[in-house]
Structures are given as C-alpha cells and as structure tokens.
Ligand binder design. Structure first.
Ligand code: 9MR
Length: 352
C-alpha cells in the first residue's frame, strides 16, 4: 500500500513512543514542506520559552512549520511585570529575536486578563486613580517596549462569562466595567500601528457569549474605541458540531473585524478516562474536525479579515489540556515526538 502525501509517496509508519502508537507521517518524507506555505492565511503556534531554548526539535518545528508566533505565557502580566517597579523582558525578548531572525509575525498575548497576575497586583490597595495608573502604566510600558516588534495584541482576554455577563475581576472591581475600553485606548496610544484584539473562548458553544461580545464591539465602534480584531480561542472537543463551528465563524465574520482563531486545539478525552490512548480512529475523527474548522474559517471569513489560525502550542506533550483535565489527551497536530499527525494534513486540506 502506498500513502500519498503532498506529492511524495511514502510508506505509512507506525512509531512506538512512550507506550503509545503514533499514526504520524515520517518527518523525513515531508522535510521539504512547511505547513504555512500551504495555507491561504498565516498559520501560527503558541510557544513556551523554555522549550524554545532547550529543545532543538521544538524550535526547529516552530520555525519550519509556522509563520506566526504567540507567547503562551511570556507576555502575560505576571511574566513581564513581576513586581511594581520591575519589568522582566528577557523571555519575551528572546522570542522577539527568534521571530525577527526567522521572519515570523509575533502576536502579543495578553495585556489584560483576570488571571496570571502577580501578587502585588491582586494585593494592590490603591484607590481608583492608583489602579488606573497601574493599568495604564502596564499596558503602555509593554506595548511601547514591543512597538514595531509585535504586530498585534490580545488587549483584553476573557472579559465575559459564558452566559454573557461580565466576569468578576480585580479590574472590574476597582475600575468599573468600562475599564475595558480604556485598555484599548491606552494600547492604541502606545502603538497606533498595532492590531488590537478582544480575545475569548466559547464562541462555538455559547450564543449568549457571542451576543455579549457582539454588543461590546458595536458599542466600541460607535464610540470610536480602537478595536481591530476578534480572537476566538477555539479550545474545542472533537465532538463539536458543524453547526456550532459555523455559527461562530459567521458571527466573527459579521463583526467586520480581523478574525484570529487564536488558541486552537481539539481534545479527545471528553470522558476524562485515565490511561486514555490515542488510536487511529481518534486520529481520523480529530483530523476531520481540524479540517472542518479550517474550511469553515476560510469559507466564512472574508480574505481581508483573515488574520490566521494559531494552535495552542505544537506537540501533544506541550499542550495545557492534560494538566487542565487531569487525564491524558492528544489535542494538537503534532505528536509528542513532533511527528505530523493526520490532523496536519487535514489542516492543509481544509485550507484548499
Ligand atoms: O496554556 C497556558 C498555560 O500554560 C498557563 O498555565 C495558563 C495560565 O492560566 O494559561 C494557558 O493559556 C490560556 C490562555 O492564556 C488564555 N486562554 C486559555 C488558555 C488555556 O488556559
């Protein structure tokens, strides 16, 4: 039996690794191909700095396969601004250098979030003026530092609950709900060229959240608040329906803003089974969803609005999902050895 992959005929390979079987295409057979070159829009990955520095295979795959990069954690508040008067740029700057050397777009994540805050912020005891100064200083120092190096920012992440209400946070508590508009204004002042996104998850299952985000965007437009993009994280299950995926795409396209599938991964262990093992059937089902998501995005989102698709890390062993769910999972297009899973080819097919 011959297995055809991108014009090259190769024999199918099963590799045994860490007690699991990988139905991946041998890396060597497709060494001359790059994922992003097949895609009609930028194709990105979120990356961890320690892996970039210490795992040559990882950084090689990142540089070879993707043309957009997001820092998984290195540009979050706690990483960049660990103490009131201390900014720690080293890790994020490492990524800036990598992106520049390798000609990659760098997407910034995230200027404002209710999570991943240093203790000095959660314990901050100033009045509303002090809180406002702290918010503004953080956003503007960070955006100014990366001006001309980071093309775009998730300005505010996860402002809404799934039911469309505003999520309680230290920001809303101390500054009121409209602080979100000022985040965008502060970022825009610091870098007028940066493309500014509102980023959230759940568009594929919560119409209430979509409605709330839509209202926010319309209100921003009416008030001339600088917002240019909508980030839909798409941390998905492999059981997600075509209709739900299409609804999210149609909604995002309808905003008229740039649309970023900003944190895509497709998890398989929906019943949270301990000892859960990847197999050929699951690989095919996952590939089918990857293909559908890419196709739906490409079909629904007008070309000028296609900011691209970013997977949330690279290989299955790098994913946040297993530790979040407390069970094994295999949510990404590369396996633990960075071999291409069927999802990889499916992404390319979805982009055709
Ligand atoms: O993948 C990230 C993980 O390494 C961090 O521990 C976590 C911190 O809360 O954040 C994860 O990334 C999140 C992203 O920043 C925002 N959307 C949800 C992602 C998964 O939790």
């Amino acid at each position: 039996m011959m297995f055809f992959f991108i014009g090259t005929a190769v024999a199918p390979m099963m590799t045994a690794s860490a007690g699991t079987i990988s139905f991946a295409t041998p890396q060597s057979s497709v060494a001359d191909t790059n994922l992003y070159q097949f895609m009609p829009f930028p194709m990105g990955a979120a990356v961890g700095i320690a892996r970039m520095k210490n795992n040559a295979k990882y950084s090689e795959v990142v540089s070879k396969e993707f043309n957009s990069i997001t820092a998984e954690n290195a540009m979050k508040f706690r990483s960049l601004h660990p103490a009131e008067n201390t900014f720690n740029w080293a890790d994020a700057d490492y990524l800036v250098e990598f992106a520049q050397k390798n000609g990659k777009r760098l997407h910034g994540h995230t200027l404002n979030w209710y999570q991943y805050l240093p203790a000095w912020v959660t314990n901050f005891s100033g009045d509303s003026i002090a809180w406002e100064n702290m918010l503004k200083t953080h956003i503007q120092t960070v955006v100014a530092h990366f001006k001309g190096k980071v093309a775009s920012w998730d300005v505010v992440n996860e402002y809404f609950n799934d039911d469309g209400t505003i999520r309680p946070s230290v920001w809303v508590k101390n500054l009121g709900p409209d602080y979100i508009a000022r985040c965008f204004q502060y970022a825009h002042e610091a870098d007028p060229d940066a493309i500014l996104f509102y980023n959230d998850y759940g568009h594929e299952y919560s119409s209430a959240k979509r409605t709330a985000i839509g209202k926010l965007i319309n209100a921003f437009k009416a008030r001339n608040i600088p917002i240019h993009g909508i980030g839909m994280q798409f941390h998905m299950t492999y059981t997600q329906s075509d209709a739900n995926i299409n609804a999210a795409m149609a909604f995002a396209a309808g905003t008229g803003l740039k649309v970023h599938l900003s944190e895509l991964d497709i998890r398989l262990n929906t019943n949270k089974v301990q000892g859960f093992v990847f197999n050929e059937t699951l690989a095919a089902q996952q590939a089918d969803r990857y293909k559908f998501v890419v196709q739906a995005y490409n079909a629904a989102v007008p070309k000028a609005q296609q900011f691209g698709i970013t997977t949330w890390n690279v290989g299955d062993a790098d994913s946040w999902v297993p530790s979040w769910q407390g069970v094994p999972d295999y949510p990404l297009p590369f396996d633990a050895n960075y071999l291409r899973k069927p999802a990889y080819k499916a992404i390319i097919e979805g982009g055709k």
